[in-house]
Design a binder for this molecule. Structure first.
Ligand code: C2E
Ligand code: MG
Ligand code: MG
Ligand code: MG
Length: 287
C-alpha cells in the first residue's frame, strides 16, 4: 500500500509505478517472443562520401515490425532491451542478418563498401562478441573491413578496460570502428589515444541548426579539425537540408548521413538508391 503523501516522503508502489513496471515486463516478454517469431527487421541508411559523390556504405538500424502496432523504431525498445539483457541476443541477430544480407548483395554484385552496426555497452562487455563477429564473417565469407562497429562514448565508460581490449581485438582483425554521437557523452578525449578508431560521427544535435546556431557551427568545425588531426574520417549525422550539406562540405566533412540523402529503408530500397544526375544531392554537390 502506498505511504501517506507527506512532504519529502517516498511513495512506494504507487499505482503509476506499478502500472509502468507491468508495462515494462509485458514489453520485455513481448520482445522475447518477437525475437523468436522473427518480427525484427534491419533497415539500412546510406552514408554519402562528399569527395567521391557516392554512397560508400550503409548503417544498419533495427526495427520491430509489430503485428498490431506496426513498425516500431528502436527508441521505443532499445533501452529496455539493454536493461533486460535482451540486447545481446537481439544484437547477435542483427549481426547475423547483416552478414547474411552482405553475402546476398555480394552474390548479386552490388555489395556496399561496408555496413555499420550499432553496439551498446552490454554487448561490448560480452566475452563472446569477438567470436560472434568472427563467426558471422566466416560463415558468410566476408572480408572484415566490410563491417563497421559503431560505439558511443558512454559505452566505453561502462567497462573501460574490457571494452577497449575487445575493440582492439576486433580492430586487429580488420573490422572498422567508429564513435557514434560524438561530442554528446561525458567522457574525456584521452580514449582516442588508446583506442584507434576509423571514424567520428558528429551527433545530429550539432548538425540540426548548423545554419543559425554559431555555437554548433564552432563545435562541428572543431570536431572535423580534431578528426582530421587524428587522421580519422568524419561523418555528419542527421543532415536534412541543402544548407547543412553546403556548410559541411565547406568545412571539409568527409561523409554525410541523413534524410537529405536517404531515410533508413529495407535492404532492396537502400541498395538501389542511386545518386545519378537529377538527384537533388548530386546537383548540390556539383554546384
Ligand atoms: P544512431 O546510431 O545514432 O542512429 C541514427 C538515428 O538517427 C537513427 O534513428 C536514424 O533513423 C536517425 N536519423 C538519420 N538521419 C536522420 C535525419 O536526417 N533526421 C532525423 N531526425 N533523424 C535521422 P533510429 O533508427 O530510430 O535509431 C535510434 C538509435 O537506436 C540509434 O542511434 C542507435 O543508437 C540505436 N540502434 C538502432 N539499431 C540498433 C542496433 O541494432 N543495436 C543497438 N545496440 N542499437 C541500435
Ligand atoms: Mg549509429
Ligand atoms: Mg548517432
Ligand atoms: Mg544514438
Amino acid at each position: 500500500q502506498a505511504k501517506a503523501d507527506g512532504r519529502g516522503s517516498l511513495r512506494f508502489f504507487s499505482p503509476e509505478i506499478m502500472q509502468r513496471a507491468k508495462e515494462r515486463l509485458s514489453l520485455e516478454a513481448e520482445m522475447r517472443r518477437a525475437l523468436e517469431r522473427g518480427e525484427f527487421r534491419v533497415y539500412y541508411q546510406p552514408q554519402l562520401h562528399l569527395g567521391r559523390c557516392e554512397v560508400t556504405g550503409l548503417e544498419a538500424l533495427v526495427r520491430w515490425e509489430h503485428p498490431e502496432r506496426g513498425l516500431i523504431a528502436p527508441g521505443a525498445f532499445i533501452s529496455l532491451a539493454e536493461e533486460s539483457g535482451l540486447i545481446v541476443p537481439l544484437g547477435n541477430w542483427v549481426l547475423q542478418e547483416v552478414g547474411r544480407q552482405m553475402r546476398a548483395w555480394t552474390d548479386e554484385g552490388k555489395a556496399p563498401g561496408y555496413v555499420a552496426v550499432n553496439l551498446c555497452a552490454l554487448q561490448l562487455g560480452c566475452v563472446d562478441l569477438v567470436d560472434a563477429v568472427r563467426a558471422v564473417l566466416d560463415a558468410n565469407r566476408l572480408p572484415p573491413d566490410c563491417l563497421e562497429l559503431e560505439i558511443t562514448e558512454s559505452c566505453l565508460m561502462a567497462d573501460r578496460g574490457r571494452a577497449i581490449e575487445t575493440l582492439e581485438t576486433l580492430r586487429g582483425m580488420g573490422v572498422r570502428l567508429s564513435i557514434d554521437d560524438f561530442g554528446t557523452g561525458y567522457s574525456s578525449l584521452s580514449y582516442l589515444q588508446h583506442l584507434r578508431v576509423h571514424r567520428l560521427k558528429i551527433d545530429m544535435s550539432f548538425v540540426r541548426d548548423l545554419e543559425t546556431n554559431p555555437g554548433n557551427l564552432s563545435i562541428v568545425t572543431a570536431i572535423i579539425a580534431l578528426g582530421h588531426g587524428l587522421a580519422l574520417d568524419v561523418v555528419a549525422e542527421g543532415v536534412e537540408t541543402p544548407e547543412q550539406l553546403a556548410h559541411l562540405k565547406r568545412l571539409g566533412c568527409d561523409l554525410i548521413q541523413g534524410y537529405l540523402v536517404g531515410r533508413p529503408a529495407p535492404a532492396p530500397d537502400a541498395i538501389d538508391l542511386r545518386l545519378g544526375p537529377g538527384h537533388p544531392v548530386a546537383e548540390l554537390l556539383r554546384a
